[in-house]
Design a protein around this ligand. Structure first.
Ligand code: ZN
Length: 121
């Protein structure tokens, strides 16, 4: 007779499947390899989010903060691109401006400007 538990607890070193709460993409990741979540994933309020959704949420939050529905389409686009640059800068500030620009799909000039803005004066 097996003593199977209701929730299959992963043994140490066994890959665990993570599901993004937003887009439902799954990622298998072995816990104990430095982080508790797959690389670039986060756990928030018990939910997991993949990198693409983290960017998307950063953009949505920026628009929301600026007034949500009241923000014009043009301003919305600006806010979203600035938010993703900020997000990428915060995520890994040690990358080059070129790498951050590529990750954020922004221009190097936009990254440089955002980085200047982040520096404590
Ligand atoms: Zn996702």
């Amino acid at each position: 007779m097996s003593t199977a538990t209701k929730t299959r607890a992963a043994k140490k070193g066994e890959p665990v499947e993570f599901t993004c709460a937003r887009c439902e993409v799954t990622s298998r990741w072995t816990q104990g390899l430095g982080t508790a979540t797959p690389p670039n994933w986060v756990k928030e309020k018990g939910l997991y989010y993949c990198l693409a959704c983290r960017r998307e949420r950063a953009m949505e939050q920026a628009v929301e903060k600026a007034g949500g529905e009241r923000v014009s389409t043009a301003d919305r686009a600006k806010l979203r691109s600035a938010a993703v640059v900020d997000f990428e800068l915060a995520r890994d500030p040690d990358r080059t401006e070129g790498e951050i620009a590529k990750a954020a799909r922004a221009s190097i000039g936009a990254v440089r400007k955002a980085r200047r803005g982040r520096r404590p004066s």
